[in-house]
Ligand binder design. Structure first.
Ligand SMILES: N[C@@H](CCC(=O)N[C@@H](CS)C(=O)NCC(=O)O)C(=O)O
Length: 228
């Protein structure tokens, strides 16, 4: 049976993973259609004007060209919440809802800027592309850029099981997807400095939807052992 949803992207992208995790949590089947972004092919630009992954295609809406397609992980996850409301991954009350969106945004922009651009790319993507890993950049990011972010997250998660409403939401998914990339780099959140955050990260990565992505991707990205 053909699957209604096609997800264009590649494993290893935290934004593609966000959508994969939402689909797994909602128990919705989909096809992952690989698209390289180094560089993105011309046909992909039509459905992804920003030339970024992921893009979702809902073939019940359209299966040719731009029809039925949506770019951007946050847009896609919001769409999936409407299309498959259960289990709800967004709070329904206005303030917790907006806080969940804030943490999603913080993960996707601020954390991704450091974990993705400052660590995963210079270490893991560089090696995949046959280049020497840029350990200095990754070390600087891990030692100087990430600690204030960890301080902020520690202050938000201390005393709580989850970031919003003490239950698993899109906020935890977005954070967890960044933590998967951090794990790929071999860096670990220091539990002596950030005990609540380290425990939260570990619990997120044990959740089956995220644990499956991590295990699956660890087959692709060889374990690294840099002194960060
Ligand atoms: N805000 C976008 C960000 C997507 C994004 O930056 N994806 C990266 C891969 S992890 C990408 O496609 N980069 C292509 C490029 O930088 O040229 C989303 O949430 O989907």
């Amino acid at each position: 049976m053909s699957k209604e949803l096609i997800l264009y992207g590649v494993k290893g992208s935290p934004f593609v993973r966000k959508v994969q995790v939402v689909l797994a949590e909602k128990d919705v089947d989909f096809t992952l259609e690989p698209v390289s972004i180094f560089p993105a092919p011309d046909w992909f630009t039509e459905i992804s004007p920003a030339r970024r992954i992921p893009v979702l295609r809902d073939t019940s809406i359209g299966s040719e060209g731009r029809a039925g397609t949506l770019p951007d992980s946050s847009v896609i996850c919001a769409y999936l919440e409407r299309k498959h409301p259960q289990p709800a991954l967004y709070p329904s009350d206005p303030f917790p809802y907006a806080r969940a969106l804030w943490f999603e945004e913080y993960a996707d922009s601020e954390l991704a800027g450091q974990i993705g651009t400052g660590m995963f790319r210079p270490l893991i993507v560089a090696r995949l592309m046959g280049k020497d890993p840029d350990v200095d950049t990754a070390r600087k990011t891990f030692r100087e850029k990430l600690p204030p972010m960890f301080d902020y997250l520690e202050s938000e998660i201390a005393g709580h099981s989850h970031l919003v409403e003490e239950r698993f939401t899109i906020a935890d998914i977005a954070l967890g997807c960044q933590f998967v990339n951090l794990r790929h780099t071999g860096a670990r959140i220091d539990s002596a400095k950030w005990p609540a955050l380290a425990a939260y990260e570990a619990s997120l990565l044990e959740r089956p939807s995220l644990a499956r992505c991590l295990a699956d991707e660890q087959k692709l990205f060889k374990p690294v052992d840099f002194d960060l």
